[in-house]
Design a protein around this ligand. Structure first.
Ligand code: G3P
Ligand code: CA
Length: 427
């Protein structure tokens, strides 16, 4: 389906499914630098989005599942623009209007600001569980961030580690496990026997999240169960940022990237969720596979530049970057991401500054920082122009973003009105 077809099937304007889709108005032969993206996140102004859709169709837009708006100056300069100055003027007027920042927001942001609940909002509910995702949906976030593993019987589950976590998993006898068994060695039914509804009391990990509400009896969810929760919630806008937990230095602890990606893409197609996800990974080989096999799915390049868990280095090669080492790009991580075909860079927030963000934006690469839990850090990063923040504290992030003039997504009770749900149940 292309945009022209979308308009043709509904010449009177947009319907909800069109608003849920995106348009790429572009010169495809020259790749992403030469594209203008119209974002589903512009849905916050549906009328304007309809107008954009119409103009894009009129100028021969190509339909895509891509999610974000890219209006960097280089993109506009090199795009295949309409030959008629009047037509071009009208299109640019609409495009410019669609990305006007809210008062106080950073003018150079590439995409509408993305509020992401890290692991569903780990500071508030048990991480990567249905209660956490339900809580995030209730308060209203743009994106649910989560981590994926694959079981011995080929099921995509949601968990940060590649194995059961002794700080989280309690066996049926009520005791926390001593050592983790990789999920790749366990079937889904074996994994479902463990309770992950409360961090091990007294542990250092528990001390990090003193306000997390325990939900005993909670099981590790499958990704399909998360999709079902999103459907039940009625939230038509929330996205999922789903991470492949593959460690190229410990390949035996998960499926290899080829099989991991194949299983995830197959599930997304069967569940019809391909247009609501971004696939993120520190393992860039994964992302290159996604870009080749499912080019409409957004990929997110995760990086960590410092400490023992670093995955990219300014001056040496890394097992994580599939050959796109910053050392080959003047030490610039953003340029390495761009060279790999990335349009979304997700760095450790402690690794970036205003200059790195500006450079990424010049390259047409949006920056979504992880994992930011302090309100002052959030405010500072928003002022520096990040395009989104991943936080264990989505409640705090909503407050800080709103104070900066950013429009925050409605929660379940706001979007459903008085007769609707006050909160999203997790089951
Ligand atoms: O998605 C960003 C962040 O989740 C990456 O770190 O270790 O929490 O998966 P981690
Ligand atoms: Ca993650």
């Amino acid at each position: 389906m292309n945009a022209t077809a979308a308009i043709a099937t509904n010449p009177g304007g947009c319907n909800s499914s069109q608003i849920a889709d995106d348009v790429l108005w572009s010169e495809p032969r020259n790749g992403v630098d030469e594209c203008v993206y119209v974002s589903v996140l512009a849905r916050r102004s549906a009328t304007r989005y309809c107008a954009l859709l119409g103009h894009a169709a009129a100028f021969g837009a190509r339909y895509t599942g891509w999610k974000f708006l890219s209006l960097s100056t280089p993109a506009l300069k090199t795009a295949h623009l309409p030959s008629s100055p009047l037509a071009l003027g009208v299109l640019l007027m609409f495009l410019a209007a669609s990305v006007q920042p809210a008062p106080g927001a950073e003018a150079t942001r590439l995409v509408p600001f993305d509020i992401e609940a890290h692991r569903g909002g780990r500071a508030l509910r048990p991480e990567n569980t249905l209660p956490a995702f339900a809580n995030a949906l209730s308060m209203g976030v743009d994106t649910l961030e989560l981590d994926m593993g694959i079981t011995k019987d080929g099921v995509v589950i949601v968990s940060h580690e590649r194995a059961l976590n002794p700080n989280l998993a309690r066996a049926p006898d009520g005791r926390y496990i001593d050592t983790g068994i990789p999920y790749i060695q366990l079937t889904l039914s074996q994994i479902k026997a463990y309770d992950v509804g409360q961090i091990r009391p007294g542990s250092a990990y528990a001390a990090q999240f003193p306000e997390q509400l325990a939900v005993p009896g909670t099981r590790i969810p499958t990704l399909s169960e998360v999709f079902a929760l999103v459907r039940r919630s009625g939230d038509k806008h929330v996205r999922l940022n789903i991470e492949t937990k593959i460690n190229p230095t410990h390949p035996q602890e998960s499926l290899d990237a080829e099989h991991f990606v194949a299983v995830v893409l197959d599930l997304l197609r069967r569940e019809h969720f391909s247009n609501r996800v971004m696939i993120e990974s520190f393992d860039w080989h994964t992302l290159l596979l996604v870009q080749r096999l499912a080019p409409k799915i957004a990929t997110v390049y995760l990086t960590q530049q410092t400490g023992p868990d670093a995955t990219v280095y300014a001056a040496k090669a890394s097992a994580w970057t599939a050959g796109y080492d910053p050392s080959n790009y003047g030490g610039s991580v953003a340029r390495a991401v761009r060279a790999a075909g990335g349009k979304l860079w997700s760095p450790d927030y402690r690794d970036i500054d205003a200059r790195a963000i500006a450079e990424a934006h010049e390259l047409g690469v949006a920056v979504i920082a992880w994992t930011v839990n302090d309100a002052r850090d959030m405010g500072r990063l928003i002022d520096m122009g990040v395009d989104g923040i991943i936080s264990d504290q989505p409640d705090v992030l909503r407050t800080v973003a709103a104070a900066k003039g950013i429009q925050v997504p409605p929660g379940a009770s706001e979007s459903r009105g008085r007769r609707g749900l006050r909160s999203v149940p997790s089951n």
